[in-house]
Design a protein around this ligand. Structure first.
Ligand code: FMN
Length: 214
């Protein structure tokens, strides 16, 4: 309820619109820092253009790992062999993606869209070093995630339970996906009347925040 009461407090202030952007980004930072926060998990959407005549939207839950208000970026981590990476690396350039945050007790939905990039190299090295052994399991499958298995039983995941030393082999699969947000759509299903706002972010850092009819 902390998230909800923070926005309630803002809406009771004289200039709620001027504080909305800061509160959204503070809440994203809090979401990245705590697995208990309503915005720790988001849905991340892409377009699969493998068959250009039949582009297909795809959506999946991911963990919000970092939010940078100054750069207007949010990050999650993933396996480079996953379908979402293929989708980001093909089709429209730069890759376009959308995030959605919602947790039922708060009644507050946030949609963010912008350009997504896949990051390897030193930045990924730094994060990988801090990644605990149990989290590294996500990057350790010998066979690529999403690969079809022609067997009556689900495949074994024993290849992921390894020592810290062996877990280093997961590094080659590990990537940061960073979305630079260009547009936010915030909706609060408030008992005494719904409230909705949009914020446009341009590349110079300027923002345009306005109310819209909910
Ligand atoms: C609660 C939850 C958290 C998840 N977090 C991540 C994540 O941070 N990164 C990720 O790549 N997949 C995560 N997943 C798995 C994805 O939702 C998805 O199933 C997987 O990445 C394959 O997606 P793709 O085939 O579209 O690439 C999570 C799933 C759940 C249910």
């Amino acid at each position: 309820m902390e998230l909800q009461s923070a926005f309630d407090g803002l809406l009771h202030s004289d200039q709620p619109l001027s504080g909305l952007d800061d509160l959204i980004w503070q809440s994203l930072r809090d979401g990245a820092d705590s697995s208990d926060h309503p915005w720790n998990l988001g849905a991340f959407s892409t377009i699969d253009s493998a068959h250009p005549q039949f582009p297909r939207p795809e959506c999946r839950k991911v963990v919000l790992r970092h939010a940078d208000q100054q750069r207007r970026t949010i990050d999650f981590y993933t396996d480079v062999r996953s379908d979402k990476i293929r989708q980001l690396n093909s089709g429209h350039s730069p890759a376009l993606a959308c995030w959605l945050f919602y947790e039922a007790t708060t009644k507050i939905q946030l949609r963010l869209d912008g350009m997504a990039e896949v990051i390897d190299g030193e930045q990924a090295d730094e994060v990988w070093k801090q990644t605990a052994a149990d989290s590294r399991a996500s990057y350790l499958s010998i066979d690529p995630p999403g690969e079809r298995v022609n067997d009556p039983l689900p495949p074994s995941t024993a290849d992921r339970f390894v020592t810290q030393e062996v877990s280093e082999r997961g590094r080659k699969n590990f990537r940061i996906v960073r979305t630079t947000v260009r547009h936010a759509d915030w909706l609060y299903l408030r008992r005494q009347g719904h409230v909705r706002s949009m914020i446009d972010y341009d590349a110079s850092g300027a923002i345009d925040a306005f109310w819209v009819v909910p």
